[in-house]
Design a protein around this ligand. Sequence first.
Ligand SMILES: Cc1cc2nc3c(=O)[nH]c(=O)nc-3n(C[C@H](O)[C@H](O)[C@H](O)COP(=O)(O)OP(=O)(O)OC[C@H]3O[C@@H](n4cnc5c(N)ncnc54)[C@H](O)[C@@H]3O)c2cc1C
Length: 604
Amino acid sequence: MTSPHAIEAEYDLVFAGGGTVACVCASRLATAFPDLKILVLECGPTTKDNKQHIQPGQFFTHLAPTSPTVKYFVSKPSVYLAGRSLAIPTGRCIGGSSSINAVVYNHPAASDFDDWENDFNNPGWSSKELIPLLQKVETYEIDPKKPRHGSGGPLKVSYGGQILDLAKQFVELGPKFEKDRPLTDDGNEFGTASINAFHIIPKWVSTNGRRSDVAHHYIYNKDWKNLSVLDGCRVQRVVFEDGIATGVEYLFDKQVYPSAPQDIRTVKARRLVVVSAGAMSTPLVLERSGIGKKDVLEKAGIPVIAEVPGVGENFQDHPNSVAPYLADPNTPTLDSLFRGEPETWGKMTEQWERDGTGLLATNAVDAQIKMRPHPEELAELGPDFAKYWKEVFANKPDKPLFWLCALGGLAGDQSAFPPVKYMCTGCFMGIPASRGYVHISSSDPYADPDFYSGFLSNPVDILALRWGYKKGRELIRRIPAFRGALIPAHPQFPEGSAAALTETGPVPLDAPKVVYSAEDDKAIDEFLRKFVTTAWHPLGTCAMKPFEMGGVVDSKLNVYGVKNLKVADLSIPPSNVNANTYSTGLAIGEKAAVIIAAELGGRL
Ligand SMILES: Cc1cc2nc3c(=O)[nH]c(=O)nc-3n(C[C@H](O)[C@H](O)[C@H](O)COP(=O)(O)OP(=O)(O)OC[C@H]3O[C@@H](n4cnc5c(N)ncnc54)[C@H](O)[C@@H]3O)c2cc1C
């Protein structure tokens, strides 16, 4: 096979990575500057018109370890995870994670963005600047007049093609049980009204049941003359002349184009290289290019271009605890799709083709609350948690402690369990205290990195998730669709414990709350260490903050120590956000376009 793409020798801008942020940023710039020639190199395959990337209900099919559209990053085993490794999936295709994600729509707290500006000296990154950019990306089909949402953006937001009954029960019952936590019709207002309020979750799905990914809504929908977004092109490194980035080296990805030549090629960038390979891969591209911690580079035999010790540090995600329960056999869930049962697949495909509704037009993640402990509840979290609370949350009333949702089905491998209906609570902590790192282990662009997740290494994270488990259990065991716990996948409470689980339910609304002993708490902690998982939200590994604080890029996204090189993706947040991270990625993509446009002498 000859070259799969005709690639010119030079472009104005070259993006390394063609995922969420790159597609948004490149398409905005290509529209604003018709004479600017832009190249986006993506290592994964194309997604154009592929139902697997259009039907939201197919999100879980990408998570199969053999999927060609996902890349798993496997951490070192950790004592904090009962000796386990953690496998973090990221999108590997044009559109990146936006084209495989679970389409949950959530905005961060406004104070999350303000922290970026105030605590890390990043003028221009406050909520005042970023909220309008989030409005620009969306059409909030649920109610376009809602003040904190958008009405003319390329990405559609709706409740998807089916809201599951068990979710309706969850949001209806929630306020009755948690009396000071009401129901709201908008949990994404960026203010305190969205905190401690039950609501149905919007989705990055149009009312006609299509996924709102960036590939189909920013790239494939236009006939570009000045923008080339190419699949199967793996960036090896950025090339420099006298500390100025002048292009990138790439090769054709051997998984996407197995018979393409495997030689390393160079493409020049006249004005700028932007690395947008995502929070797990961007630090690896920088390190392969000679930017990073000296000892990491030396170990891999890479000459140092700029010593930037923050590269690959500050890894964060949202530690996520999923507790599975048994559901009423007659309540709709996604289980039969998860198990690949042909009859349901057939029926649901027909329904989706007919009118864009049904289980293939949803993600079964329909009900949530962004929960923040009331002052009297803080005592339940214990004195060890109090200091962290004071530092991070106490003066920022729009920050929840965690996101708690009800899921209709048990995603993942069900082979060890009976083929029945399930539902789960999912609980992730928005601002965990633990940190990890990701570094290259060699100069080979296919090599697995040296990755430590740091999950649960700080004890405050486990205190928050322990409380979240208890809160979720109290709520879900009261909803009519509840039929007991999937006991092997829960804490193993000691014999005779008052917290023992059963395979029966539901309990009445006024049933007494479960009382947990110190032994029971220990069992929950062991359960968390054994089962806690990624929320699929890695970030922070090339943080935008002052160099002396461990920063990698400045507030204009320039990489320290070199010229004509920027980073734009989820690796730049200097601190975490209280939400699923797609919206933050979109805001970064739009903001990067604004910054670059200004430097090119234009305005977006
Ligand atoms: C399974 C999953 C489910 C998720 N669910 C949700 C959700 O429901 N709601 C939500 O808000 N968020 C969700 N997220 C998170 C959200 O989608 C991501 O945070 C966001 O899309 C990341 O954007 P990015 O641009 O930083 O990276 P990506 O979109 O991941 O883009 C990076 C791209 O760079 C490419 N790349 C990497 N290395 C190279 C290289 N060397 N050369 C060329 N290309 C390279 C990758 O293949 C990838 O396409 C989910 C993520 C995943 C993975």
